[in-house]
Design a protein around this ligand. Sequence first.
Ligand code: DQA
Length: 142
Amino acid sequence: MTRIAIINGPNINLLGKREPEIYGAVSFDAFFKNLQDNYPNIQFSYFQSNIEGEIIDKLQEVGYTYDGIILNAAAYTHTSVGIGDAVKAIKTPVIEVHISNVWARESFRHNSYISAHAKGVIAGFGLQSYELALLSFLDNKK
Ligand code: DQA
């Protein structure tokens, strides 16, 4: 069975209540339940943390055994050398995702410490960014 880990960074737990004009009105839990229902043959793991080191721990934990990692490091994308180094170190491919189009926003969101080590980047499609990343992993498994 294909194993896919979804890892979310800070404030993604507030999805649905947080700046809905940017991030939408759906909670991540509701979206994730739907995703699991729509892809019953995928074994998902889901982790969210507001703490940088916990995200690094999780990347190290899943990064040698899972088939793919979908990572939205949120604000840490733009600040964390440590998360970038972890993505570089592990063996499992990582797709960096963002709900919003970070390049259409403030310039401090244009830099990512993750992109150079990721398989690719998907941004700006709302929660569909996660599903597009998933489809890419599944396509590559065929
Ligand atoms: C985000 C974009 C980041 O710049 C921001 O800090 C987030 C969410 C997104 O999914 O659009 O918290 O990663």
